[in-house]
Design a protein around this ligand. Structure first.
Ligand code: SF4
Length: 720
């Protein structure tokens, strides 16, 4: 009997179940002839110690390992290499199998990697199930424990840092039918791990299909096998388990919504959570399909209305520049073509969504990038995450002549901190290209930060939106002018501090009434730099007053075409519709001379005195009630959800009413800057409930409706 152990170290910022290795082992359990000679002793996943070497003490707690499986990603590469070197030194007989996205495929890089890592015995360069089974058969045969045939053409064998047998082919599971081997959740592989981390926000990973039909050059999935489906039986089994055991499910599908049945999966998830006696799950993180707009919007709406969505639907564009899309091979996706339809539908239905854009892509310039950003801001995204192009070990950009063709210069970036140099994790990110200099990239970064703080953080959102709609002024025009105003025209300490505050607000921490760090269970969460900046603007009445006075000066100077009386009233509206950071009033009344909520709902503006009664009972998507106390409440108001970029319901008063002599009294719900009058926001959720449960005679609809109602005020575990 051989003891087999799995090592899949988490990134520094999340605690995710070791699904790569769990899935592989679940597959191996279907091979009973070998599993009767193998004893799975568990996973090493979670590091909260100063050095990864401390994990060695626990690896043998269920038996000294004979075989170790290692999953290598860019966020755990150095630590995994160090740990496994020490492991081999401690137990020289152990055979170590390594796979994952960070095992180099390029022959030169692979040779170098093997040379630097003599501790590994077997390497897998592709999908793992079939290679792993055959490696295990070989190990058992070599040790004369169980002699069986095996294929030796789908993995590399090395000895003391030298390749002695090369992989000749990649072998994939089941090319035609559905994948239906057991789920690691259902056979209890994660039970001990979950029990050992009771206070940790756990993330599970669900794979409903595998592979991607596209081949974007910057990505390492596109080189792999085409898409295959997991069976609905297996998906339901996993969902049932996840609902009671993890806080969030991340769908690892590259394109959820690409299959018709994906709507059924979303409905099953909603139904199961409603019926679960003690659900732990509160959100999902999903990357949606690029070519199925109606289905994607429908699924995103279902999940949003039932409070499952962490930060809205992902809407990954990466670039809005046609030559760039051709160069990175994304021109075959209809997402850019359908952009207006999708964005309009997300916005008008109140479904939060966020974009991903990548700076420094081939052929992108400063101008094309900012024009693209302005286009995105014509609608109402919750967030725009702008990344720099990263060099992935096995992406096409990393493997062939793209670097030379587009003059891509890469810089080393520390992405995982450690007090030990050899345990720091690094990424290579773009520094400059043939069409964009490092200085231009830095400028875009500054504008991106200002977009985050001022537009997406809503500090000047309503003013900007009015100028967009009435004067065709682009969002980036406003932001770039504002940046000039605060760094050249009217540079002073206030703006310096604001810009510094986005770099974690450390300089101002002594004056902040809100601490920069919160403990959550055994984790510490920090405000994001954008949240810090928001707190700088809104966290004191004095600073807030100064900011909005400056707004009047700025807009008057740069946009004199706007009537100054109307502008002052609009600034007043923008200021008052946002929660006051220093003095959180759960209810807030104010008055304007124009009917601004009507304008932002119907585009009709009446000059009539309008009174608003706004209120806030819970903060952020985590639904933290005001009773938790001012500091924690503000933390969530300011978008400080335990995940990095959730601004939904944050910053602004989420509901209230307004009244004027023309329109009378109306209630409203506000989502991501869009106002929904008279409770209409939840109508579609009620319809979905009826639809989901209509076939189930035994189900009590009233019960589900009650749950839906409650879900608006459900609280997550107390922040300690
Ligand atoms: S970036 Fe997304 S769509 Fe493109 S190949 Fe990778 S996973 Fe597929």
């Amino acid at each position: 009997m051989l003891n087999v152990h799995g090592i899949q170290l988490n990134a520094h910022y999340t605690v995710t179940l070791p699904v790569s290795i769990g899935t592989l082992w679940a597959y191996i359990t279907t091979r009973e002839d070998i599993t009767e000679h193998l004893n799975f002793t568990g996973f090493t996943v979670y590091q909260r110690t100063d050095t990864v070497l401390d994990l060695l003490d626990n690896i043998d707690k269920n038996g000294v390992p004979d075989v170790v499986m290692v999953s290598l990603y860019m966020w755990n590469r150095n630590r995994s290499n160090k740990l496994t070197k020490a492991l081999k030194e401690k137990w020289p007989h152990v055979k170590i199998i390594v796979g994952g996205n960070d095992v180099p495929q390029h022959p030169e890089r692979f040779k170098e990697f093997v040379n630097e890592n003599p501790q590994y015995d077997y390497y897998v360069n592709s999908e793992g199930e079939i290679p792993l089974e055959n490696i295990l058969r070989k190990i058992l045969s070599d040790k004369n424990i169980f002699v069986s045939d095996y294929l030796d053409d789908c993995f590399h064998i090395t000895e003391n840092g030298k390749v002695i047998s090369k992989s000749k082919t990649k072998r994939y599971l089941n090319h035609k039918g559905e994948l239906d081997f057991p789920s690691a959740c259902a056979i209890g592989l994660y039970d001990d791990l979950v029990a050992s981390l009771p206070d940790v926000e756990l993330q599970g990973v669900l794979e409903t299909n595998r592979g991607c039909p596209y081949s974007c050059t910057f990505c390492d999935w596109g080189l792999e096998e085409k898409m295959r489906k997991f069976s609905m039986r297996r998906i339901k089994e996993e969902l049932d388990w996840y609902i009671g055991n993890v806080h969030e499910i991340m769908l690892s599908d590259a394109n959820f919504g690409i299959l018709k049945r994906d709507i059924d999966i979303a409905k099953y998830l909603i139904k199961s959570k409603i019926l679960h006696p003690n659900p732990r799950l509160h959100s999902t993180a999903i990357t949606y399909a690029k070519n199925n707009k109606e289905r994607v919007v429908r699924i995103a709406e279902l999940l949003e209305k039932f409070d499952f969505s962490r930060s809205g639907a992902t809407f990954s564009l990466q670039s809005m520049n046609d030559p760039t899309l051709v160069a990175i091979r994304r021109d075959n996706m209809s997402i850019a073509k359908d952009f207006d339809w999708i964005a309009e539908n997300f916005t008008t239905r109140g479904i939060p969504y966020y974009h991903e854009m990548i700076m420094g892509m081939p052929l992108e310039t400063k101008e094309t990038f900012l024009t693209g950003m302005s286009k995105l801001l014509e609608y109402n995204p919750l967030e725009i995450n702008v990344y720099k192009l990263a060099w992935l070990e096995n992406s096409e950009i990393g493997l062939d002549g793209h670097t030379e063709k587009y003059q891509l210069e890469w810089a080393k970036f520390e992405q995982g901190p450690s007090i030990h140099d050899d345990e720091k994790e690094y990424a290579f990110i773009i520094d400059s290209t043939s069409t964009i200099s490092n200085a231009d990239m830095q400028y875009i970064r500054n504008i991106r930060d200002m977009i985050q703080i001022l537009w997406l953080g809503k500090s000047l959102f309503y003013i900007g939106r009015y100028l967009q709609q009435e004067y065709n002024i682009e969002a980036c025009d406003i932001i770039e002018n504002f940046y000039k105003y605060t760094t050249v025209d009217n540079k002073n300490e206030y703006w310096d501090t604001l810009y510094l505050s986005k770099e974690d607000a450390v300089r101002d921490s002594g004056n902040f009434k809100v601490p920069l760090w919160y403990n959550y269970g055994t984790n510490r969460y920090k405000f994001t730099r954008y949240t810090n900046a928001w707190l700088y603007l809104h966290g004191s009445i004095e600073r807030k007053e100064y900011f909005y006075k400056e707004m009047q000066k700025f807009f008057t100077l740069y946009y004199p075409q706007v009537d100054s009386y109307l502008l002052a009233d609009l600034i007043k509206f923008n200021k008052n519709i946002l929660v006051d950071g220093e003095n959180i009033n759960l209810e807030h009344t104010f008055e304007t001379e124009y009917s601004w909520i009507e304008y932002f709902t119907t585009k009709k503006l009446n000059k009539i005195t309008t009174t608003y009664n706004t209120k806030i009972e819970v903060a952020g998507n985590a639904k933290i009630p005001a009773s938790v106390g001012k500091e924690k409440f503000l933390y969530y108001v300011a978008g400080g959800h335990e995940f990095m970029f959730n601004k939904q319901n944050a910053f602004g008063y989420p509901e209230g009413s307004y009244t004027n002599k023309v329109s009378g009294d109306h209630s409203f719900i506000s989502r991501v800057g869009t106002f929904f009058p008279d409770g209409t926001y939840f109508d579609s959720a009620e319809d979905v409930l009826k639809e989901i449960f209509s076939e189930e005679k035994e189900h009590k609809l009233e019960n589900a409706q009650m749950r839906l109602k409650l879900s608006k005020n459900i609280t997550t575990p107390e922040v300690i």
